[in-house]
Design a protein around this ligand. Structure first.
Ligand SMILES: [Zn+2]
Length: 108
């Protein structure tokens, strides 16, 4: 009895594994057919965030570094961290200089 049940279990396992493999093959085939489409979408979304690939809001021309070569329309380009830190550093110096000037004027 125990041997039969084991054999039955093995057969069931084989059947289940075969079914799973079939299901895997089917899903692989489906995803394989859909992959290029989704990849292209991802690439497009990535390019859309790059300033070089943004189209002008006025004339729809491909913009170069956030500036339209056709009509000169400037678009807001998000600054990178280095530029931001530089501007913060310059702003801090300017504030200190203004503070010193105000202090000097109030002393006169
Ligand atoms: Zn333009």
């Amino acid at each position: 009895m125990s041997k039969q049940t084991r054999q039955q279990k093995k057969e069931e396992e084989k059947r289940i594994i075969a079914e799973m493999e079939e299901a895997l093959r089917e899903t692989k085939g489906e995803s394989g057919a859909q992959q290029p489409d989704s990849e292209e979408k991802v690439r497009k979304s990535v390019y859309a965030t790059e300033p070089e690939k943004i189209h002008c809001r006025r004339c729809k021309t491909l913009m170069e570094n956030g500036v339209c070569p056709t009509c000169g329309y400037k678009m807001y380009v998000p600054m990178d961290e280095k530029k931001r830190n530089k501007i913060r550093f310059i702003a801090a110096i300017v504030l200190v200089v203004i503070g010193v000037i105000v202090f000097a004027i109030s002393k006169m």
